[in-house]
Design a protein around this ligand. Structure first.
Ligand code: TXA
Ligand code: MG
Length: 316
């Protein structure tokens, strides 16, 4: 079913009140709104409205066993959504929120099984973006929001990517230009005795350990019952085949084998620039019809680890 998608330009530095009210009305009325965060664009709905949450899965073509991250505008909202807030949680929220860090808690009854896909835990984050925060506040609810792309595609770092994927499928897209970071939040599970990092992001393992001490790395996923169900799916993938290379020389050697194909070479000057542009460049390559994308790797450490995780998944 095709619906009419409205596009609303909002100024990220100084969001217009009337436009925020308009978007919040859509959420309150059970609609779907794509909105910017500092990491990637999210696709949000009223978390207390089951039918609205169902529509998120349908619009994205998202597998029904991949739970959603709940977005809040204030730490005080967390209390309602979880069973217990540990000392570690308080420390991490105080240090990194609003920011690109998602925390996993034991859930309260308020959070529907539809959001958590039957898990007894819930993922929560407070995004560091004025539009997102004001939208959640004005909607007067908590907002589950996955990345606003068709499932399996690279996450959207600009409203135009959301339009490409979801035009005709959702009610409203807030266009606030491109995002800051460009890859999704770090996810830390606080429900086990020793916290576990489930997804790497801008906030690094070292930064988290500085605040709460030892954090475990996610071991090889238990495929039947993965800790972070989303991580088992093919992700971040352009249509073109992605090949990771060490440097330009490596590219020149390897690419000889692929003569006759349309080949793109991507190399970035630093990690921040790479995170910001990688998903956009993947999408551009697809639109331009490239067959192969060669990408120069960065160090598999710190923020680089988050980027390399995405790159490896995209290259599978
Ligand atoms: O930066 C971000 O986190 C963006 C923006 C929009 O906030 N959101 C995002 O959502 O990346 P999504 O749905 O694309 O990824 C959510 C990830 C998935 O890997 C999912 O499996 C995991 O979080 N997740 C959600 N709830 C979980 C839970 N209760 N336990 C373990 N993993 C969970
Ligand atoms: Mg996603």
């Amino acid at each position: 079913m095709k619906i009419k998608t409205r596009i609303l330009h909002i100024d990220s530095g100084n969001p217009q009140e009337d436009k925020l009210n308009d978007a919040a009305d859509v959420i309150r009325n059970g609609g779907l709104v794509a909105f910017p965060t500092e990491t990637v664009y999210g696709l949000g709905a009223d978390g207390s409205n089951i039918d609205a949450v169902k529509k998120i899965f349908i619009a994205k073509g998202r597998p029904a066993d991949n739970p959603l991250i709940v977005h809040v505008f204030d730490i005080s909202q967390v209390k309602l959504l979880v069973k217990e807030i540990s000392k570690n949680a308080i420390k991490l929220m105080n240090r990194f929120w609003p920011g690109p860090l998602t925390l996993i808690f034991k859930k309260s009854k308020i959070v529907s099984d539809l959001i958590t896909c039957g898990l007894d835990s819930v993922a929560i984050r407070m995004p560091n973006n004025k539009i997102a925060l004001r939208l959640i506040e004005k909607s007067n609810c908590f907002i589950p929001a996955p990345s606003a792309n068709i499932s399996g595609k690279p996450s959207p770092t600009d409203a135009k990517h959301v339009i490409e994927d979801l035009n005709g499928k959702i009610d409203l897209i807030i266009d606030a230009g491109n995002v800051d970071i460009g890859i999704e939040s770090t996810v830390v599970d606080l429900t086990s005795k020793i916290p576990v990092i489930l997804r790497h992001g801008k906030i690094t393992l070292a930064q988290i350990e500085e605040v709460i001490g030892k954090v475990n790395k996610n071991k090889k996923e238990n495929v039947k019952k993965p800790k972070s169900p989303g991580m088992k799916y093919r992700h971040y993938a352009p249509n073109a085949k992605v090949i990771i290379v060490k440097d330009e020389l490596d590219f020149k050697k390897l690419s000889k084998k692929y003569k006759g194909n349309r080949i793109k070479f991507l190399k970035y000057s630093n990690e921040v620039e790479m995170a910001k542009n990688l998903f956009k460049d993947f999408r551009d390559c697809d639109n331009d019809g490239f067959d192969f994308i060669f990408v120069v790797a960065v160090k598999d450490k710190g923020f680089g680890k988050a980027i390399m995780d995405r790159l490896r998944k995209a290259s599978k």
